[in-house]
Write a protein that binds this ligand. Structure first.
Ligand code: ATP
Length: 308
């Protein structure tokens, strides 16, 4: 069964003066997914998210959100979207209660509705104890939760987050990822940009890898890893000399590692390749002191794509 995408970008191009930030880009985001746009600095992530969020106009091509064209029907499209921007745009002197209430006023909610919505969102993100503290005194993680709460005031079906965990410490990031997953489990679609491979791996149901304004790969994390990554066999030998001898004589392609006594081999499921690798390992000079097989990672995906 196919469902209509919540976001569909077609032949999307954005040129800033002479700089082509997006180049004939195509993208489909399915409802209910956690869709991560992954790319280095300058890949075009913010530009893409801002066009989808109706904040920028493309040079050519189009984006539809929930079927509404973001240029011709920005109000209709915008009603479906909650945006948590990249930079911290919160007023440092306001309290979380005031920040949320201000957003509710901007959306035209009545007083009773505003009070209820503010209270519910403070509860949802465990922000109750900070309700009357000034934003300037809150931790980075708490501010990011408040950013997310602001994006949710309008009860959007699509939440867009631009590099949401930049600057957070590891525990705050894990906590924030849990909030995002919980939010998504209620059916909200998440569209997230990041340059962090680990974040993409933890969060994404779908990933689009962006490079120089183009989608160079798209799929589930598992599919992307399978597509470009082979498993890696790591072997520790008792001496550096034994590992050097294996590397120089290897026919299956053992490579040296930073650790002098360690060698690595990219390995596939092909039975003949496996047999050849095992034959070489069994003939190794010296003792094998460690053996480890690791699954392909998103790092492998990135390295493979960067080499093309
Ligand atoms: N307002 C602008 N005027 C001119 N060039 C811009 C503008 N905004 C972005 N660019 C350029 O467009 C390209 C894409 O930028 P964008 O901010 O979309 O990338 P990004 O992947 O979000 O990068 P980052 O991770 O650093 O935020 C970059 O080369 C950037 O310098």
């Amino acid at each position: 069964m196919t469902t209509d995408p919540i976001v569909q970008a077609v032949e999307l191009t954005k040129v800033y003066e002479t700089r082509r930030a997006l180049d004939d880009l195509a993208l489909r985001v399915q409802p209910g997914s956690r869709f991560v746009v992954l790319g280095h600095n300058g890949a075009g992530k913010s530009t893409l998210l801002e066009i989808i969020a109706t904040l920028r106009v493309p040079t050519s091509g189009s984006v539809r959100v929930g079927g509404f064209d973001t240029v011709r029907q920005p109000r209709e499209a915008g009603r479906l979207i909650g945006l948590a921007p990249q930079s911290n745009a919160l007023d440092p002197l306001a309290t979380p209660t005031e920040v949320l209430d201000f957003q509710a006023v901007a959306l035209g909610l009545g007083r009773r509705q505003r009070t209820r919505r503010t209270r519910d969102l403070l509860d949802l993100f465990g922000l109750g104890e900070h309700r009357a503290s000034r934003v300037a005194t809150l931790s980075g993680g708490t501010c990011r939760k408040l950013d997310l709460a602001v994006a949710l005031v309008a009860e959007p079906t699509l939440v867009i987050l631009d590099e949401p965990t930049t600057g957070l410490d590891p525990l705050a990031r894990i906590d924030f990822w849990a909030e995002l997953t919980r939010l998504n489990s209620d059916g909200t679609t998440l569209l997230i940009s990041t340059q962090d491979l680990h974040e993409a791996d933890v969060l994404a149901t779908d990933i689009a890898v962006l490079r120089e304004g183009r989608v160079v790969a798209q799929g589930t994390p598992a599919a992307l890893k399978q597509r470009v990554g082979t498993r890696t066999l790591t072997l520790d030998l008792s001496t550096d000399a034994a590992s050097a001898a294996l590397v120089s004589s290897s026919r299956v392609g053992f490579l040296p590692d930073d650790h002098g006594n360690r060698v690595r081999l990219g390995i596939s499921d092909d039975p003949a390749a496996l047999r050849d690798a095992l034959t070489e390992i069994s003939g190794v000079a010296g003792e094998i002191t460690g053996l480890h097989l690791s699954e392909p990672s998103l790092d492998d995906v990135f390295v493979a794509l960067a080499a093309r």
